[in-house]
Design a protein around this ligand. Structure first.
Ligand code: ATP
Length: 230
């Protein structure tokens, strides 16, 4: 289990997360929803070791990893697919996959990436920055599959993409979940995220204001307050 307990965190003097607790059990899909600026990205950054919390505890499978850096969290099975395109644009597709593989077998990594997104197989020698937005996102997402991470943190991975690409990405997320990975999903397509999710947290102004199963989330008030028109 990836576990955040009583986490507070921020940037400089600005406190963003206030006493946040969130659990991502193995093989589960958890949706993290909330208003703009609520702190969702900040929470994912803490969970993957990119940002150290000012208080609270972060643990993975019972091991206290509070304050550990991202590479340590990665070794413990945590993979963060960041907001925006998480690729190196001036490197080729193959070089990006090589970095994702982090010292593992490159041929095998390429094979795994291409098995989930076949289009990447035709682009291996191209610069990642020359791919379409959707293809760049596929390359970023392949990371989660290539590394066989147990806990995958996904920050708005469908943002700004054509509907047909969004379909493909959600299909991939379903496949990752079926494969036994735990997913923590920050997503603007709320209804699609809830279709996949076993559990949902709603965040507002740096605090968790609701935690429960998607079926409990039928209150009009909650929908209006947090989810806007989606
Ligand atoms: P969104 O849906 O808009 O991406 P979010 O829920 O992911 O929002 P965060 O990106 O975590 O929210 O931001 C939470 C707060 O922290 C916001 O007020 C934001 O302005 C602030 N913030 C985010 N990143 C930084 C940073 N690098 N330095 C200073 N403040 C930041």
């Amino acid at each position: 289990m990836l576990q955040l307990d009583g986490i507070s965190a921020g940037y400089g003097g600005a406190r963003v997360l206030r006493d946040v607790s969130l659990w991502l059990p193995p093989k589960s899909v958890v949706a993290l929803l909330g208003t703009n600026g609520a702190g969702k990205t900040t929470l994912l950054r803490v969970a993957s070791g990119l940002l150290a919390p000012t208080s609270g505890r972060l643990s993975v499978d019972g091991e206290d990893l509070t304050g550990k850096r991202a590479h340590t969290l990665a070794r413990s099975g945590v993979c963060h697919v960041p907001e925006g395109r998480g690729v190196f644009p001036t490197l080729t597709v193959k070089e990006n996959i090589l970095i994702q593989a982090a010292g593992g077998d490159v041929g095998e990594a390429v094979e795994r990436a291409v098995s989930v997104f076949p289009v990447l197989g035709q682009k291996l020698g191209q610069l990642a920055g020359s791919l379409s937005g959707g293809q760049q996102q596929m390359l970023a997402l392949a990371h989660a599959y290539v590394t066989e991470a147990d806990y995958v943190l996904l920050d708005e991975v469908s943002m700004g993409l054509a509907p047909v690409v969004v379909d493909e990405i959600f299909e991939f997320l379903g496949r990752l979940a079926d494969d036994g990975r735990a997913l923590l999903l920050v997503e603007q397509y709320v209804s699609r995220a809830l279709e996949l999710a076993d559990y949902v947290y709603l965040m507002n102004r740096g605090r968790i204001e609701f935690a429960g199963e998607p079926g409990e989330l039928d209150s009009d008030r909650l929908v209006a307050q947090y989810l806007g028109a989606h």
